[in-house]
Design a protein around this ligand. Structure first.
Ligand code: SAH
Ligand code: SF4
Ligand code: F3S
Length: 485
């Protein structure tokens, strides 16, 4: 979204404004002048490549980073042989970190060929002191490091790097600020993530997110609504409301409001067709929310409800604050109110002290709930979390065996469950040209299931009626019906 700032009106003789976002517009303007110089010298616009790891929050942050770079004058590319490369990192599991270190080696070889290349790192990994120390020591070719709380300062940090010609490190321990109104470059023109809150207060004992994303902060409903109105005016038909625990949205606002109330307000926005949200913590999922989901036609019938484990004993150790029975009770209540709901989940295998018996409880909950799909993760020890100190870390081969058994069962169930709508007509949002089939599009049903169907790219971003001809397990093959074409 363009913000209509007249960069020619900025008075460079004055020091940068203290106020945000004006201060960042000043630095965007300043970077633009440097980009113009680059263009004069080389005859082309500089290129920028952002690589995003991790969750939806990070992807949304990257759209904001991309918006700033675009305003500065960078041309975006997927190719890492760019003039500016930014890794937006994730640290939720150890292998996410390893990938970043691995890729940095490759970036170093690229930088040797293009010494003016700028390499920047941001995101959750950078909130960990040991990581920043390691990069400062062993990866001296990195130019800019910043964290999760100050992504809005990208232009300022870039200016600083270009002027001072040494590594710039700016990581904040926390923040109570939410800076609005900076440019955003969306990946899809017709759907968008919208942050409704930042951070997390839950401190599940295995999880590093509260340490790297800080305390829970909700955005004001009026700011969320005006952002969505602007998005809709710009062609968006589907929003995904984002937060680590959306069910506790609004509790700490000056004028408290519940997530269900927010959903109801968002629903009233004309032109918006679909509302999704992520993630729901079972302990805070209220009856009010279930009722709102049942009542509000724009709210999609898909609920991602991470269970993590089926063993009440392990759930207690995880500090999840619900029991297996409470979770199953919740599922029953949701299914009663919204019979066609699609349920998905996250499960961790091999949490410290997990016995075969505990694991069988997880298998049992999967059997009982019958999820549409589930993300399964091998427990990863995160330094600084309470679980990292726990005795009885489970041996690797035992975890691997449990993981394989679980995954197999989840996939079998998923194939049975997901096919339930075969031979019906469903509303499908056409999202992308099909990767594999020429002349086909890929879209999503209200409940998030993928559908492939013949269609022209002019339909992208439109909601069409599709007859589901054949279930392929976790997706359908379909064709548009007359009313949808
Ligand atoms: N806020 C969301 C989840 C964010 S992290 C929620 O509470 O549901 C996404 C998923 O990563 C979690 O649901 C969990 O299953 C997994 N995860 C988090 N920390 C992990 C760890 N240390 N090891 C393995 N998986 C982990
Ligand atoms: Fe991590 Fe738990 Fe917060 Fe989710 S709710 S981000 S799993 S601490
Ligand atoms: Fe990863 Fe940070 Fe998201 S640690 S999962 S990118 S909040």
């Amino acid at each position: 979204m363009e913000q209509n700032i007249d960069f020619d009106k900025i008075d460079w003789a004055l020091p940068p404004p203290e106020e945000e976002p004006e201060r960042q517009y000043y630095f965007i303007g300043k970077c633009r002048r440097l980009v113009e110089e680059f263009e004069k010298k080389t005859g082309r616009a500089p290129t920028a490549c952002i690589q995003t790891f991790g969750c939806q929050m990070n992807f949304r942050d990257s759209e904001k980073l991309s918006g700033i770079l675009e305003q500065i004058g960078y041309q975006e590319t997927d190719d890492e042989r760019a003039d500016f490369v930014l890794y937006n990192t994730c640290t939720v599991r150890e292998n996410a970190n390893k990938r970043v270190y691995g890729r940095l080696g490759y970036l170093n070889t690229l930088k040797k060929k293009n010494p003016d290349m700028i390499i920047a790192l941001c995101g959750c990994m950078m909130q960990e002191k040991e990581v920043v120390e390691r990069i400062k020591k062993s990866y001296r070719f990195v130019d800019i490091i910043f964290g999760t709380h100050n992504i809005f300062r990208l232009a300022e940090l870039l200016c600083q790097r270009l002027e001072e010609k040494k590594m710039v490190v700016d990581v904040w321990e926390g923040t109570d600020r939410i800076v609005e109104e900076l440019p955003v470059e969306r990946k899809y023109p017709f759907k968008s993530g919208v942050n409704i809150m930042f951070g997390c207060n839950n401190f599940c004992s295995y999880c590093i997110v509260p340490y790297v994303r800080g305390r829970e902060r909700s955005r004001r409903p009026e700011d969320i609504l005006s952002e969505i109105r602007r998005l809709v005016a710009d062609g968006v038909v589907e929003v995904m409301l984002l937060g680590q625990n959306v069910n506790s949205y609004g509790k700490n606002l000056e004028n408290p409001i519940t997530f269900a109330q927010l959903l109801s307000q968002v629903s009233q926005i004309d032109g918006l067709e679909r509302i999704r949200f992520m993630t729901s913590h079972p302990k805070d999922l209220s009856d009010e929310l279930i009722q709102a989901m049942a009542r509000l036609s724009k709210v999609c019938h898909h609920l991602h409800l991470p269970v993590q484990s089926g063993s009440t004993r392990i759930l207690k150790e995880m500090n999840r604050r619900y029991t297996k029975e409470q979770y199953l009770g919740l599922v029953e209540k949701i299914r009663k109110a919204i019979p066609d709901i699609s349920l998905t989940t996250d499960i961790i295998v091999g949490f410290p002290g997990e016995t075969e018996e505990d694991f069988l409880e997880t298998m049992d909950i999967v059997e009982k709930v019958r999820y549409d799909s589930a993300f399964t993760f091998i427990y990863s020890k995160r330094t600084g979390t309470p679980a990292a100190q726990m005795a009885d870390q489970v041996p690797e081969d035992v975890v691997k065996d449990r993981f394989d058994r679980l995954l197999k069962r989840i996939q079998e169930i998923s194939a049975e469950v997901c096919g339930r709508d075969v031979h019906t007509v469903q509303k499908v949002l056409a999202e992308e040209p099909d990767d594999h089939l020429e002349g086909y599009l890929t879209g999503r049903m209200d409940n998030n299931t993928l559908v492939h169907f013949p269609g022209d790219v002019s339909l992208l971003g439109k909601i069409v009626d599709v007859y589901l001809e054949e279930s392929k397990g976790f997706y359908y093959m379909g064709r548009m019906t007359a009313s949808g074409s």
